[in-house]
Design a protein around this ligand. Structure first.
Ligand code: GDP
Ligand code: IMO
Ligand code: MG
Length: 419
């Protein structure tokens, strides 16, 4: 077994340490080869996880980023909210690329469905927030908030309900259910629901993935069979509904604990947690960002890093790494190591800054001289310029966690993996 794998143990979670888009997809794809089950725990199509394999880009919104690896079981957990047309489209895109995931895909019957009109409610809620207290969140408009609202109100529609609608001998009345929702959506949000469209989307999805529905307890079969499970976090720690920068957060629990909850895994099952953070920092949407660079530096990072949302195409706000945030993420997730990504994006900076706190509790920016040479594609730590090594060692010193994985480009092979 590769030496880096041993400390990860059989159940490893990959969790974003910042505001998302850290590059979780890439490390998931690299590690997937060494695991038996790749399980996505929470969130929905607000996620965009990009991998680049043989120069070809693949973006995953609902399926785990490890899905390209044949023979691996893929699980979509109970904590997820699933927009079915997006899932069906994603499955088809992979099929077109020669990969059929359906025979090895399991979808928890407890996962919630994002009905199409939830996206219209998402839009209305953003308008109301803007007109109300001006606190627009800048959501991805994928119906995530409305889906988790329904879930918390205990009025949601779940994946298991599809069976009741379409194949139980005592078929539940879907039209009646959709009519009820139509009146409520009109009354509460002024949203028009096209019930025929919703019904046909649900039916098409049931035809496509009905065979994939599984009880979440399947995870215990995997544990009992000593299968290696890779837990794919979505969104990131600072977007967590409880522990993030509320109200500028998503509506799910995005920490390691949230991922365990979303998959029905007991806390003591987790053997490692990789915290993923960019060598700098980005954020899409509104909310605080202490180390943000709004001028030329931010623009440069955005262009070099290709910092445009994988889901919405929105330009990402860019700034420097913030050490207190990394420390917080490491503590709350119980991170055992870091994957610092996109080191190569800093290659041309004269000075690399890292945020901290001064004696008065204000932001301080520590400066590191830039390495001004290409790190693109480097795969050995020792081959990194001395100044880049110093920068990475600083992260280790400040967080007391080893930097085990270092991204040096978007490609699958552009990664330093330290033993
Ligand atoms: P995720 O949501 O955490 O999976 O991250 P995204 O896929 O939304 O955004 C990360 C972006 O950075 C993607 O376009 C990746 O292809 C790219 N990326 C990942 N790691 C690296 C890296 O080490 N260097 C560079 N230059 N790009 C990277
Ligand atoms: P991945 O998994 C970056 C952000 C949105 C917005 C806030 C709430 O690719 O890292 P939502 O649509 O969830 O109600 O939006 O959360 N957001 C993300 N930002 N990466 C993501 O996912 C995100 N998922 C949600 O931009 O600020
Ligand atoms: Mg993303």
């Amino acid at each position: 077994m590769d030496t880096f794998l041993k400390p990860l143990g059989p159940v490893c979670a990959v969790i974003g340490a910042q505001w998302g888009d850290e590059g979780k997809g890439k490390v998931i794809d690299i590690l997937a080869e060494h695991f038996d089950v790749i399980a996505r725990a929470c969130g929905g199509a607000n996620a965009g996880h990009t991998i680049v394999v043989n120069g070809k880009k693949h973006v995953f919104h609902l399926l785990p980023a490890g899905s390209l690896h044949e023979g691996k079981k893929i699980l979509l957990g109970s904590g997820m909210v699933i927009h079915l047309p997006t899932l069906v489209e994603e499955i088809q895109t992979l099929r077109d690329a020669g990969v059929d995931v359906v025979p090895r895909l399991g979808i928890s019957t407890e996962a919630h469905i994002v009905l199409d009109y939830y996206r219209d409610i998402d839009t209305v809620m953003e308008q109301r927030r803007t007109e109300g207290n001006g606190k627009k969140i800048g959501t991805t408009n994928r119906g995530i908030g409305p889906a988790y609202t329904e879930k918390a109100a205990r009025t949601g529609m779940r994946m298991g309900d599809l069976r009741a609608f379409f194949s139980s001998p005592m078929k539940a009345n879907l039209q009646q259910e959709l009519q009820r929702r139509k009146s409520l959506a009109k009354e509460m949000y002024g949203v028009d629901v096209d019930t025929a469209k919703e019904e046909s989307m649900l039916r098409a999805a049931y035809d496509a993935i009905g065979t994939c529905l599984v009880p979440m307890e399947i995870i215990y079969d995997f544990l009992d069979a000593k299968k290696r499970i890779l837990v794919e976090g979505a969104q990131a720690t600072l977007l967590d509904i409880d522990h993030g920068t509320y109200p500028y957060v998503t509506s799910s629990s995005t920490t390691a604990a949230g991922a365990l909850q979303g998959l029905g895994l007991p806390p003591n099952a987790l053997t490692s947690c990789i915290g993923v953070a960019k060598a700098y920092c980005t954020r899409v949407g509104e909310g605080t960002f202490l180390t943000e660079e709004t001028g030329a530096i931010g623009e440069r990072l955005r262009e070099r890093g290709g910092e445009y949302g994988a889901t919405t195409g929105r330009p990402r706000r860019c700034g420097w790494l913030h050490m207190p945030d990394l420390n917080f993420s490491s503590r709350i997730n119980g991170c055992t190591c870091w994957n610092i990504t996109k080191l190569d994006v800093l290659d041309e900076e004269d000075v690399v800054r890292v945020g901290g706190v001064d004696e008065s509790g204000f932001l301080s920016l520590e400066e590191f001289p830039g390495w001004k040479t290409s790190t693109r594609g480097i795969t050995q730590f020792a081959d990194l310029p001395e100044r880049a090594q110093t920068f990475l060692r600083h992260i280790e010193d400040k967080t007391s966690i080893p930097v085990q994985f270092i991204g040096t480009g978007p490609g699958r092979e552009e990664m330093i993996i330290r033993p």
